[in-house]
Design a protein around this ligand. Structure first.
Ligand code: CP
Length: 320
């Protein structure tokens, strides 16, 4: 395959991608989808290349799928956990980046609790930097894999009604998805109690999201006629030092949880998504999480294909 280097190496934010570039990444990922079912799941496009996964926050799906993606493309994948890195001895993220760069990796994938960590790292290293989730800011590869999943199950993204329900205030997934889905022509409903909705969320993409993103504090309104229902967990780990935003989890679950009953507000063929990890029985009833309309494990599968595309694009460029 021939590649063109006319694409940026870093992937820090969905804001840096226009709709055509997002579609190019999704089309690139489509080429890798069938590989998951092949007996030998290996291509050699990144042979001899090195990818460092630098994770300062817990992860099951993102870290594993980036590692698998790198290995399926024959790259060397090195995992560095923040908890066992020298940042615990006082080293700054800048110095960590400079030291890793001295080992000449081709890409660094970073997850960090600081919104802005990926951009900061990109400013001090010469290799590609991919944001695997930075604080409450963005999780761009999650939004890309979600768009790929929607395309697969609904045939398109353009013109769909997508409800994003739950703890929007602390969610990088909600931000990246609202931007990505609006760019691809969907209409997005942000649905939560007002204490879990950041002020101005509908303006994160300027005029585009002002037109395409709307906020509601009623679950029935948010789900009414939706094609896609994306549920988010409450991110208790980001509440430290904050006043309580809702009376208790049980009440939040009763008013904003997705059950077989409340899913009835959405279209009969609506799909149910969740980036994981799920808090079963809180934002999502187990019968719905395991039901026929849930595409949650399909999201995980797309995570590998999309991250293969993102790594190839970062290191080699886009398919010409
Ligand atoms: N969706 C997601 O980012 O999951 P992990 O935290 O397990 O990576």
């Amino acid at each position: 395959m021939r590649y063109t280097r006319d694409v940026p190496r870093h992937l820090v934010s969905i804001a840096d991608l226009d709709a055509a570039e997002i579609v190019r990444i999704l089309d690139h990922a489509d080429r890798f989808w069938a590989l998951a079912d092949a007996p030998v799941k290996k291509l050699d496009t990144l042979r001899g290349r090195t990818v460092i996964n630098l994770f300062f926050e817990s992860s099951t799906r993102t870290r594993t799928s980036f590692e698998l993606a790198a290995k399926r493309l024959s790259a060397e994948a090195i995992n560095v956990a923040g908890s066992s890195s020298s940042t615990t001895k006082g080293e700054t993220l800048r110095d960590t980046g400079r030291n890793l760069m001295a080992m000449h990796p081709d890409a660094i994938v970073i997850r960090h609790s600081y919104g802005g960590a990926a951009a900061l790292l990109a400013s001090v290293v010469d290799c590609a930097v991919i944001n695997a989730g930075d604080g409450q800011h963005e999780h761009p590869t999650q939004a890309l894999l979600d768009a790929a999943t929607i395309r697969r199950h609904k045939g398109r993204v353009d013109g769909l009604e997508v409800a994003i329900v739950g703890d929007i205030a602390h969610s990088r997934v909600a931000r990246s998805n609202a931007l990505c889905l609006a760019k691809l022509g969907a209409r997005v409903r942000i649905c939560a109690p007002w204490t879990l909705i950041p002020r101005g969320i509908e303006l994160i993409g300027g005029e585009l999201t002002r037109e395409r993103v709307r906020v509601t504090t009623r679950l029935e309104d948010g789900l009414d006629g939706a094609d896609v229902v994306m549920m988010l967990r409450v991110q208790h780990e980001r509440f430290e030092g904050e006043a309580s935003r809702f009376p208790n989890t049980r009440e939040l679950s009763r008013t904003f949880g997705l059950s077989e009953r409340t899913l009835g507000y959405a279209k009969p063929d609506a799909i149910v998504m969740h980036p994981g990890p799920i808090n079963r029985g809180v934002e999502l009833a187990p019968q719905v999480a395991d039901g026929a309309r849930a595409v949650i494990l399909s999201q995980v599968s797309w995570g590998v294909a999309v991250r293969m595309a993102v790594l190839e694009r970062a290191i080699l460029g886009a398919p010409a």
